[in-house]
Design a protein around this ligand. Structure first.
Ligand code: F1X
Ligand code: MN
Length: 454
């Protein structure tokens, strides 16, 4: 057992575009305007569709929405103050309170603005302002500006999906006879397939296609060296510990929550993993957590979740359509359930959840294991701050721990903790953009018991 780290870690500053040349700076200066321009183009390209569907009202809405988004793009590019939201959505007050919180933190000498304030805040704010522009312009308020990219990612990953479903069929066929070790082997493979599914995210690529073209199973061995932290054994231990009745006062129903990230191929890998957890009886319930409006270009909404299952059921591939039917049945039986709390589309660091969304925190406390997918969730778990790489994951979580949790993340932002001494430096010397290329990944676990391990 490592000696407990009793160092008191000062909380470092938030990553911010105020650091010229930093990844946050390049994202706010280049990538966010590119994403906004693509959103404007998408809305403009659908002008005729809006006219057919809504007549002149649709044309007016298209024009007004583009006007609001162009105004925001100008505010962003000229570092104007961040503005209060003017819509009447359920989370508007919470967003405007958060703006005030940022202003209080920053002091009055500077307004909260795109290049001066925390990157996590302004990037989340941008996606919420897109929602405001649409909400202010019915009848296109519920138009998903990212839908084309998400569906394209699904259609362009068909081969990989068929491979996965064929693998699943092979596992499920004799799952009753599988030994513990065989179950563990399949668990590790599907956990890593879900991990690498996170490479397929349209925000980092600013919408450029990055669907899964190679076999997700065959490539696992060659990807092993790129997993910088691999706590799979602790994840397995948390899952199997929850199996043994009598160990805790809980009933024997094991529940795994998956905080989803991207739609398309990544969501598909999460559904395959969740199906295995249930068919192997490692879990009896899986709760999925998605976004309540279109977010970070490719994140999963309820429409994406249902659409993906429908598409899989309709696939012209025996094992793929069989998987889709099975998944539909899990939802119907309540073995799987889908949730979309507003907190997931707010800018908060997760250490704020217990105070700012106590209902969600309490929900997660009912899980035996919570899997957090992707980079943005990792940034929120660690507060998107300038931690030293050797600071422990539990330290960076700053008390966030509703249940045993694991981040499955490919690195796409320059925050990474829990590394060995010298590991970050070595990576930096061989691969200058190791933290943002999506080439490297972590399977990083934390539970209350591992508090002393930092
Ligand atoms: O959460 P995901 O989908 O894995 O990645 C989100 C992301 O693409 O968006 C930001 C860059 O714009 C970064 O946090 C990260 O690169
Ligand atoms: Mn995402």
């Amino acid at each position: 057992m490592m000696a407990a780290d009793r160092t008191v870690h000062a909380v470092p500053p938030s990553l911010s575009a105020k650091v010229v040349g930093s990844f946050a700076y390049l994202t706010v200066r280049d990538r966010l305007p590119t994403i906004l321009t693509k959103v404007i183009d998408t809305i403009h390209r659908n002008k005729n569709k809006f006219f057919e569907e809504y007549g002149e009202e649709g044309i007016r809405a298209e024009k007004q929405t583009i006007g609001l988004l162009s105004k925001m793009r100008n505010e962003l590019q000229t570092d104007k103050p961040v503005l209060e939201l003017a819509d009447e959505l359920q989370d508007t007050a919470s967003w405007n309170q958060y703006l005030q919180r940022q202003q209080d933190l920053q002091g009055d000498q500077d307004s909260v603005s795109w290049f001066k304030s925390p990157w996590l805040y302004v990037e989340c704010y941008m996606y919420r302002r897109v929602q405001e522009a649409l909400w202010l312009n019915p009848p296109i308020s519920d138009y998903d500006v990212f839908n084309e990219g998400k569906t394209q990612s699904f259609f362009e990953s068909q081969q990989a999906m068929m491979t996965l479903c064929t693998y699943s069929e092979g596992v499920n066929k004799n799952i009753e006879e599988l030994s513990r070790n065989q179950l563990l082997e399949h668990f590790n493979k599907l956990l890593q397939v879900s991990l690498w599914g996170n490479k397929c995210d349209l925000s980092i690529s600013a919408g450029q296609d990055n669907s899964q073209k190679t076999s997700p199973i065959d490539s696992l061995n060659s990807l092993q060296p790129f997993i910088l932290v691999n706590d799979s054994n602790m994840v397995w231990a948390a899952l199997t510990a929850a199996q043994r009745p009598g160990q805790t006062e809980k009933t024997s129903a094991v529940r795994v929550d998956i905080v989803l990230d991207n739609s398309g191929f990544e969501l598909f890998t999460d559904l395959v993993l969740a199906d295995f957890l249930v068919s192997s009886r490692l879990a009896h319930e899986v709760h999925f957590h998605g976004k309540c409006f279109p977010w970070f270009v490719s994140d999963v909404t309820a429409n994406d979740f249902q659409w993906t299952i429908r598409q899989t059921m309709a696939a012209n591939h025996k094992w793929m359509s069989k998987s889709g039917v099975q998944w539909k049945s899990h939802l119907k039986e309540g073995v799987w359930s889908y949730h979309d709390h507003p907190f997931w589309t707010q800018p908060h660091e997760f250490c704020d959840m217990e105070a700012d969304a106590p209902d969600l925190y309490a929900t997660l406390q009912g899980a035996d294991l919570v899997l957090f997918k992707g980079d943005l969730n990792y940034r929120k778990l660690t507060g998107d701050r300038e931690w030293a790489h050797t600071v422990g994951f539990n330290t960076a979580l700053r008390g966030f721990g509703p249940a045993p949790l694991c981040s499955l993340r490919t690195l796409k932002a320059n925050v990474q903790v829990g590394l060995q001494p010298g590991q970050g430096e070595a990576l930096g010397s061989q691969d200058p953009d190791w933290m943002t290329s999506g080439k490297y990944a972590v399977i990083q676990f934390s539970s209350a018991e591992s508090e002393q391990k930092d």
